[in-house]
Design a protein around this ligand. Sequence first.
Ligand SMILES: Cc1cc2nc3c(=O)[nH]c(=O)nc-3n(C[C@H](O)[C@H](O)[C@H](O)COP(=O)(O)OP(=O)(O)OC[C@H]3O[C@@H](n4cnc5c(N)ncnc54)[C@H](O)[C@@H]3O)c2cc1C
Length: 325
Amino acid sequence: MAKGVWIVAEQRYGAFRKISFELTSTARKLADQLGEEVGAILLGSGVEGLAGELGKYGVDKVYVADNALLEPYTTDAHAAAVARLVKENNPSILLFGASAQGKDLSARLVGKLMTGMATDCVDVKIVDGKLISLRPMYAGKCYGEILTSSFPQMASLRPNVFPAIENSKTPEIIKFDPGLDPGQLKTKVLEVQKDTAGKVDLTEANIIVSGGRGMKGPENYVILEELANILGATVGASRAAVDAGWRPQKDQVGQTGKIVSPNLYIACGISGAIQHLAGMGTSKYIVAINKDPDAPIFARADYGIVDDLFKVVPELTKEVKKLLA
Ligand SMILES: Cc1cc2nc3c(=O)[nH]c(=O)nc-3n(C[C@H](O)[C@H](O)[C@H](O)COP(=O)(O)OP(=O)(O)OC[C@H]3O[C@@H](n4cnc5c(N)ncnc54)[C@H](O)[C@@H]3O)c2cc1C
């Protein structure tokens, strides 16, 4: 019988990504309801020393594969390692981050494990011993409750939505052989280009200051960067700004960009098209600055400022500076 709530942890350059702790804490909650254990899968090279850290968030067992073929991440190596371990241990639930890596890996595993999956979930619960996942549908217009009847029941969780709750445990660390044959791996990473800006990734950012077509040109983003710097925020953009070549594609928020869920999202000169809202609608607080009082973004904003952003943003920066001084 399938038993155990498992997560696939994400690490990059030898440090856990925040989503790993969000997954772990969520798994702990589900496992307590089911009376089962929490297992975490940790893959990479030179990562064994990291495993204990997952105990801080309630993991009972960490399954570690420390192997040069697992670094850097490739879909085929990671999917083969996870599939082998899952088939041997038969967990009832398997959770991933709805991050770039989690989406990529889980999609391959759904095929390998012949099971079902709910993607980009914003809530999960146990009903009658089964996992029910809540996910936004139709670009956030409604929510669907998903029940997968096959095992393991898989779901990916939207980053920044689930709390990471400390829960000190000393996990059992179990090393496993990923069973990789280099001759069978089809992907080879030739080069990894690190983002040199050193900013927190949009999907993990606590605060995002985002600009749209209302910014009028790439040179004007400097006012958003000034505000972002003092708030410790990351700068995002609408698709209109990205399509115009004002900002790189990695900055795009929305249905065809990144799905973000910061504590604070400040939208400057963004109208609030449904495809943009699909990417940031679950932000905890939304502030909109727009000179058009009828802009749809105001219907979703917690605070709205109807004015010229070129006047408001520098004024806001000045006031925040004063407050923080
Ligand atoms: C399949 C599909 C996928 C898409 N995916 C995405 C996506 O992932 N992300 C995304 O963002 N969009 C996406 N879009 C595009 C989306 O429909 C909108 O076209 C886009 O979001 C509009 O961007 P915007 O709000 O910056 O521009 P606009 O809609 O042109 O809005 C600009 C706003 O700036 C305001 N403004 C202008 N000047 C000032 C000023 N001086 N001060 C204050 N306010 C000012 C205006 O009042 C206006 O509301 C997608 C569309 C399709 C069809």
